[in-house]
Design a protein. Structure first.
Length: 291
């Protein structure tokens, strides 16, 4: 079974709508549609296919990229990738080496199953979300467990990792796996009361070594460029763990009349930003897309 068929099975199990085209598997992510799969995969989409996706999945736009390579040079859109693990002794910063060693000494890191995160990850999840200072609605413990356990039948493509201090789960990561091509670090939560034990340092160092050295994946993907806010975690990964911004050409097809409105608003981008963060994010996406 191909990775794409396996992901289609997972989406069906989770009751997540998707559309399978010749070029790939597409899902809706909040207000837009994007493909499922490695960033290295070259995607093509014609206007008729874009209209079909918008019709069947909803959303305001479809976005996709056409893989890494010289054709993407100079693009301001990127995926944050790591292609080579750096052992602790070779990390350039002395301060970073100290923190990574401290995290590895104080934390036990291991790959776990979904049952473990469902049972022991709720406190860390809620504490991490509260620390962001936003008004996010937290799930009830039962709902959190239900979401995590929906990954249980798909442990081959949805990996769970946990960091423990003195037996207490204080951080976890959930990753998506695409063959031996890409590992997508999709979600990480770290308990703010235990950051002095450096669980994120221990997790990233351990996972990077596992995937790039022991398992031989081509690269790790820690996410794309944000269009709405600065991502401190990305700068953290660049400074300490050999991640880099690898350019991709971003393609966008809007639902009418959003494309027309975005075009009309382009000259007023800097005035829109303080008035409407959501509109400003759409205009930033429009600025970054390939024309």
């Amino acid at each position: 079974m191909s990775w794409m068929e396996r992901y289609a099975d997972m989406l069906r199990q989770k009751n997540t709508p998707f559309v399978l085209l010749d070029s790939g598997l597409f899902v809706r992510r909040a207000g837009w549609i994007a493909p499922v799969g490695p960033a290295a995969r070259r995607m093509t989409l014609d206007p008729a296919q874009g209209r079909r996706l918008l019709r069947e999945l909803g959303g305001l736009w479809v976005q996709w990229t056409d893989g890494f390579g010289p054709h993407a040079a100079g693009s301001d859109w990127y995926a944050l990738t790591c292609r080579a693990h750096v052992p602790v002794d070779e990390v350039p910063s002395q301060n970073a080496r100290k923190h990574i060693r401290r995290g590895l000494k104080r934390c036990e890191v291991r790959r776990v199953d979904a049952q473990e995160i469902a049972k022991n990850g709720y406190e860390t999840y809620c504490a991490a979300v509260r620390s962001y200072g936003t008004a996010a609605v937290l799930p009830a413990p039962e709902e959190f467990a239900r979401r995590v356990l929906s990954d249980e039948p798909f442990g081959d493509i949805r990996h769970q990792w946990a960091a423990y201090h003195e037996g207490k789960l204080i951080g976890f990561n959930q990753n998506l796996v695409y063959d031996r091509i890409e590992v997508d670090y999709t979600l990480g939560k770290y308990h703010p009361d235990y950051l002095k034990h450096y669980p994120a340092y221990a997790l990233f160092q351990t996972m990077n070594e596992y995937y790039l050295v022991q398992q031989g994946f081509e690269y790790i993907n820690a996410g794309s460029r944000s269009i709405s806010h600065d991502t401190e975690i990305q700068e953290f990964l660049i400074r300490l763990f050999n991640f880099r911004k690898e350019p991709l050409r971003l393609h966008v097809q809007y639902r009418a009349p959003l494309g027309l409105l975005a075009g009309l608003a382009r000259p007023f981008r800097r005035w829109v930003r303080p008035l409407s963060p959501r509109a400003a994010a759409v205009l930033e996406l429009d600025r970054l897309r390939t024309r």
